[in-house]
Design a protein around this ligand. Structure first.
Ligand code: Z5A
Length: 210
């Protein structure tokens, strides 16, 4: 599958609620690319550029982030993405690289649009402006119920960041929002059962990509 809308490479994104296993699957997919003689570019959102990493800190950990309104939060995620697309993703795709990104515009659609209740047309407009036509070829949605995600995150033992401290209602809206997004775009967004063992999920991803 070598079909990026933005150049000669391929653009793959991973989505899902926290703890669903995105980082794990991205690592395994990157290994699969390397086994085939290609070094993929692995990125995460928010972040991936100098400006994006400052925005990431503000959104997740800085005390100044506590007072952010949903609208300001959305624009900060969009700003990080706009920079990442133009500084890193587009040039990489144009040079034929595979780009794998941990979260992209679907996270904004779901977390800020659905869970923070910003009207979908406004979220979609800002998303479109931020990415400037640079859209993923394929998105893997790792679907996991909240209880299983909490168990995994508890085992990791890290302190919760600002968004991770949100309510159970918020995370129920996130899961529902993702499944709705996948139903709207079945050709791009593939839903995978994230409760399966990592190697089983990885096998399905590899089969879809190569
Ligand atoms: N956000 C937003 O609101 N709007 C936006 O536009 C964007 C983001 C782009 C970024 O958090 C936060 O920003 C996120 C959404 C918001 N907040 N929340 N909530 P982040 O980048 O710090 O983290 P994350 O994206 O939420 O993911 P994570 O916590 O790093 O989890 P993960 O990468 O999906 O999972 P993992 O680290 O691969 O796995 C978690 C644990 O489970 C780990 O111990 C694994 O060994 C284990 N694991 C993995 N797979 C399995 C399977 N299959 N079985 C059993 N155990 C497993």
């Amino acid at each position: 599958m070598e079909t990026s809308t933005s150049g000669g490479g391929i653009f793959i994104t991973f989505e899902g609620s926290e703890g669903c296993g995105k980082s794990t699957q991205i690592r395994l997919l990157a290994e699969a690319f390397r086994a085939r003689g290609r070094e993929p570019l692995v990125l995460r959102e928010p972040g991936g550029t100098s400006a994006g990493e400052v925005i990431r800190h503000l959104l997740k950990h800085a005390p100044e982030g506590d007072a952010l309104t949903p609208e300001a939060e959305l624009l900060l995620f969009a700003a990080s993405r706009a920079q990442l697309v133009r500084e890193v993703i587009r040039p990489a795709l144009a040079s034929g690289r595979a780009v794998i990104c941990d979260r992209f515009l679907d996270s904004t659609t779901v977390y800020q649009g659905v869970a923070r209740r910003i009207p979908p047309e406004e979220t979609a407009g800002i998303n479109a402006f931020a990415v400037g036509g640079c859209l993923p070829d394929t998105t893997f949605l790792l679907d996991l119920d909240r209880a299983a995600a909490l168990e995994r995150l508890g085992a990791r033992g890290e302190e919760a960041d600002r968004i991770e401290r949100e309510s159970e209602e918020f995370f129920a809206a996130v899961r529902r929002g993702y499944l709705d997004a996948a139903a709207r775009e079945p050709a791009r967004i593939r839903v995978l059962d994230a409760s399966e063992p990592p190697d089983v999920i990885a096998g399905k991803i590899v089969a879809a990509i190569f």
